[in-house]
Design a protein around this ligand. Structure first.
Ligand code: BGC
Length: 739
C-alpha cells in the first residue's frame, strides 16, 4: 500500500513538473511571438533542403543562405554533420530574432550503423530490438547535429507493388501500432531535448499506403471503416507515444489531398486526438495540390494547406512566397498562422535550442558516438531477429560445419551496398559485411567457394557456366538472389515483383546439378518466386539486413542463431492476387473446398491462399500448443477474460516462438474480417521446456469501428484463435460478450 502511495506521488510530481515546463515554454513562445513580424512568423514555417541538393557553390544556394540570415527559414533538411550544421546554424543566428533552425533528416534505419530496413525489423516482432535500433540511430544522428528524423513511417501497406512497403511495418494494424510506439520511444528516448535523442515524425498522414494499384503517389479511395480501423490506429499509437511531429502525405484521400485535408489534420489529429506537436508537409506536397486539381495556383495551395492544418511547408515554397499576402488579404486568419508558429517554436524551446543552438553539434561527441563499437553488435542482433526461415525441407538447415564444401553463389552474394537497402543518408557509413564474407567467417572447417554468376540485376547468363561448375564441385549450394537496394523504396513501384533479370534461370541451372540448395533472398518487399518456392530445399528471407547482414545470414545458416522471425506481410503467389491480406472477409460465397470453386469467390487460374501467410516463419525446433482455457466463457463490457495455454519446445534445440492471438467477431453490424491479430508474445524455450502463456481480453480487444462510425464492442460470439502463423492456428476457443 505504502509503495503504491509512493508511486502515485512520484507520478503526480512528474506530471506537475511537466505541466510547469509546458507553461514556462508557452510563456517564452508567447513572449517571442509578440516581437515577430508576419514575415518572420512565415519564415518559421518554411523548410528548405540543404547543401547536398544545391551545392555550396551554386548561386541558388547563395540566395538560400541569404534567406536563412534574414530569418526566412525555420528548418533545414539534409544538412548533416557537426561542421555543416554549425555553419548553417550560425547564419540563422545572424537573423534579427536569432531563432535557431531545426535540422531534420530521413534517419530511417540507422545513420552510420545501418540496421535492417523497417519491414525487415518488423519481422522480428520484437519491440525491444526495434526500439534499440531507433535508439542507436537517434544517438548517432543527434551526435551529428540532427534534431529531428522523418521516421517512423507508420503507413499500413497491403500492396507489395508499392515500393514503400519497405519503409513500414507491413500489413497489420495491431503489429504496426505496437511498432510505431516502439520506434517513437526509441528515437525520442526518455526525454525530448536530451542530446542523444531526436524528434520523431509519424508519417505519412494518412492512408498513403493504400495507393490505387500500388503506384506511388496515386489516389486513395477508402471507406470510413477502413480508414479508422486499419490505417489510423498506428498514427494514434505514435501520437500517444509522444511523437513530436507528423508528416502529411502526397495522396488524395477520397478526393481531398491529405495536405489540404482539414478532416485529417484539424478534426482528427489536432481535434479529437488533441495533438500538440506540429505537422510538416511532405516534400512539395503543398505545391502539388495544384497538379492534383485542388488548388488553382501556389497561393491558393498555401491558403488551403495552412487552413487545413499543415504547419510547415517542406520545399514547397508556397508559404514563403504567398502566406504573408494571404494573411494580409484575410484569407488566412492571424490565429491560424500563430497556431502553426507556436507549435514549431514550442519544439525549438523544448529541444533547448534557444539556450544553446549548437547543443547537438559537438565535435567530440560526434567522434565518440559514431565510433561506438556496441552499435555494430546491436545491428547484428536486430538483423538476426529479422531473418525469416520460409522453408526448410528435410531440415537441410542449419548447415553442418562438417559439410566439406559449400558453394556460395549469386549476384548478391558478395555485394555490400545491396545489404543496406534504400534510405541510407550518411556517406561515411559503417563497413558492410557481405554474405560471402560472413560465410567465410562462420565456416569453421567447411570450405567456401564463390561464384557471382551475374552482376546485381542479373542481366546476362554469361557467368552461369562457371557458377554451375562451382556448384558441381560442392556438397551444398547457397544462392543469394533478390532485388538490388534501389528497387524498393520511394517511387519504386513495380508491376512485376518476380526476381529481377535472369535470377530464376540461375536457380534452375544450379538446381540441375542435383545439389541441395539453400536460397537467401534479399528484398524490400515480398517477391513472387514460385519456382524457387517449389524446388529449393531451404529459403531464408533476409530483407535488406544492414551493416552486419552477412554475419547475420551466416549465423542463421550455420545454426549459431535459431531463426524466429515471422512475416509482417503476406507473400502472394502472383501479382494478380494483390492486394492480399490475412485479414480478409468471408464473402457470401467463401471457398470451403479448393477443388470446387465454381461460383465461389475464387479465381479460375489460382488458389486464393498466399504463398506464405502473414505470421509465417519457421524455426530449427518445433513448438507444440496445448491446453487452452478461458477464465470464463462469457463476459460483459466491463469485464476481462484471460485466455491461457501451454507452449512447449518439442524439438532438440533452444528456440523462440512468436505466439499469435487472432479473433473473429462472428456476427456484427459491420462484417468483420475472418481473422484479426489482437496480441502476440515472443517466448524463448529450451528443448523440452513448457511455458503457460496468457492473453487478457477486454472490451478494447473486441471493439471495432461500427456502423454508427464509433468504436465499440457488440454483444455476441467471438472465435479466439492461437497459433504460430495466421494460417497455422493451433488452438481455438469461443467467447460470448453478453451486453
Ligand atoms: C518522402 C518523405 C521524406 C521526404 C524528405 C519525401 O519524398 O515521401 O517520406 O521524409 O521526402 O526526404
Amino acid at each position: 500500500m505504502k509503495k503504491l502511495h509512493i508511486v502515485a506521488a512520484v507520478a503526480a510530481t512528474i506530471a506537475f513538473a511537466a505541466q510547469a515546463q509546458d507553461a514556462q515554454i508557452d510563456r517564452k513562445v508567447a513572449d517571442l511571438m509578440k516581437r515577430m513580424t508576419v514575415a518572420e512568423k512565415v519564415g518559421q514555417l518554411h523548410q528548405l533542403s540543404g547543401r547536398q541538393f544545391t551545392g555550396p557553390t551554386s548561386s541558388a544556394y547563395a540566395d538560400k543562405l541569404a534567406d536563412i540570415r534574414a530569418g526566412k527559414v525555420g528548418s533545414m533538411l539534409n544538412v548533416t554533420g557537426v561542421a555543416d550544421t554549425r555553419e548553417i546554424q550560425a547564419l540563422a543566428l545572424q537573423s534579427r530574432l536569432k531563432i535557431p533552425l531545426l535540422f531534420s533528416l530521413d534517419v530511417i534505419h540507422g545513420y552510420k550503423t545501418v540496421f535492417p530496413v523497417p519491414l525487415g525489423e518488423a519481422a522480428s516482432w520484437d519491440m525491444e530490438a526495434i526500439e534499440l535500433s531507433a535508439r542507436i540511430a537517434a544517438k548517432e544522428a543527434a551526435a551529428a547535429g540532427i534534431h529531428w528524423t522523418f521516421a517512423p513511417m507508420v503507413d499500413v501497406a497491403r500492396d507489395p507493388r508499392w515500393g514503400r512497403v519497405m519503409e513500414g511495418a507491413g500489413e497489420d494494424t495491431y503489429l504496426g501500432s505496437r511498432i510505431a510506439a516502439a520506434r517513437v520511444h526509441g528515437f525520442q528516448g526518455k526525454k525530448l531535448g536530451a542530446t542523444d535523442s531526436v524528434m520523431a515524425t509519424a508519417k505519412h498522414f494518412a492512408a498513403y499506403g493504400a495507393a490505387v494499384a500500388g503506384r506511388d503517389y496515386n489516389a486513395v479511395d477508402m471507406s470510413e471503416q477502413q480508414l479508422h480501423e486499419v490505417y489510423l490506429p498506428p498514427f494514434k499509437a505514435a501520437a500517444d507515444a509522444g511523437a513530436a511531429t507528423f508528416m502529411n502525405s502526397f495522396n488524395t484521400l477520397n478526393g481531398i489531398p491529405a495536405t489540404g485535408n482539414a478532416m485529417l489534420q484539424r478534426d482528427i489529429l489536432k481535434g479529437a486526438w488533441k495533438y500538440k506537436g506540429f505537422v510538416v508537409s511532405d516534400w512539395g506536397s503543398v505545391r502539388e495540390m495544384v497538379p492534383h486539381g485542388y488548388a488553382a495556383d501556389l497561393s491558393d495551395a498555401a491558403v488551403k494547406a495552412i487552413n487545413a492544418g499543415s504547419d510547415m511547408d517542406m520545399e514547397g515554397y508556397a508559404y514563403t512566397q504567398h502566406l504573408e499576402a494571404a494573411v494580409k488579404a484575410g484569407k488566412v486568419k492571424m490565429s491560424v498562422l500563430d497556431d502553426a508558429v507556436r507549435r514549431i517554436l514550442y519544439k525549438k524551446f523544448e529541444l533547448g535550442l534557444f539556450d544553446d543552438p549548437y547543443r547537438y553539434s559537438d565535435p567530440a561527441r560526434e567522434k565518440t558516438v559514431l565510433n561506438d563499437s556496441s552499435h555494430r553488435a546491436a545491428a547484428l542482433d536486430v538483423a538476426q531477429k529479422s531473418i525469416v526461415l520460409l522453408k526448410n525441407e528435410n531440415k537441410l538447415l542449419p548447415l553442418s560445419r562438417d559439410s566439406k564444401r559449400i558453394a556460395v553463389i549469386g549476384p548478391l552474394a558478395d555485394s555490400q551496398r545491396d545489404l543496406e537497402g534504400g534510405w541510407v543518408v550518411q556517406d561515411n557509413r559503417a563497413r558492410v559485411v557481405s554474405i560471402v564474407e560472413g560465410m567465410r567467417g562462420h565456416a569453421g572447417k567447411a570450405e567456401i567457394s564463390y561464384a557471382q554468376a551475374c552482376a546485381p540485376g542479373c542481366a546476362t547468363t554469361e557467368g552461369f557456366a562457371e557458377a554451375v561448375a562451382t556448384a558441381s564441385r560442392a556438397d551444398v549450394v547457397v544462392l543469394a538472389v533478390g532485388e538490388t537496394w534501389d528497387m524498393s523504396g520511394e517511387a519504386k513501384s513495380r508491376t512485376d515483383i518476380t526476381l529481377p533479370g535472369q535470377q530464376e534461370a540461375l536457380f534452375t541451372a544450379l538446381k540441375a546439378t542435383g545439389k541441395p540448395m539453400v536460397v537467401v533472398m534479399l528484398a524490400g518487399r515480398p517477391l513472387v518466386f514460385n519456382t524457387i518456392a517449389d524446388q529449393a530445399d531451404a529459403i531464408v528471407y533476409a530483407w535488406f539486413p544492414g551493416s552486419e547482414g552477412g554475419n547475420a545470414v551466416a549465423s542463421v545458416l550455420f545454426g549459431d542463431y535459431n531463426p524466429s522471425a515471422k512475416l509482417p506481410i503476406t507473400f502472394p503467389r502472383s501479382v494478380g492476387q494483390i492486394p492480399l491480406s490475412y485479414a480478409q472477409y468471408s464473402t457470401g460465397r467463401p471457398v470451403t473446398d479448393e477443388k470446387n470453386v465454381v461460383y465461389k469467390s475464387a479465381y479460375i487460374d489460382s488458389v486464393n491462399t498466399p504463398r506464405y501467410a502473414f505470421g509465417h516463419g519457421l524455426s530449427y525446433t518445433d513448438f507444440k500448443y496445448t491446453g487452452l482455457t478461458l477464465s470464463s466463457p462469457t463476459m460483459t463490457q466491463g469485464q476481462k477474460v484471460s485466455l491461457s495455454f501451454d507452449v512447449s519446445n518439442s524439438g532438440k534445440v533452444a528456440g523462440t516462438e512468436i505466439v499469435q492471438l487472432y479473433l473473429r467477431d462472428m456476427v456484427s453490424s459491420v462484417v468483420r474480417p475472418l481473422k484479426e491479430l489482437k496480441g502476440f508474445q515472443k517466448v524463448h524455450l529450451k528443448p523440452g521446456e513448457t511455458r503457460r502463456l496468457s492473453f487478457t481480453i477486454d472490451r478494447d480487444t473486441l471493439s471495432f469501428f461500427n456502423s454508427q462510425l464509433k468504436w465499440g464492442a457488440e454483444a455476441g460470439d467471438f472465435k479466439l484463435m492461437v497459433g504460430s502463423a495466421s494460417d497455422d492456428i493451433r488452438l481455438e476457443g469461443s467467447l460470448k460478450l453478453t451486453q
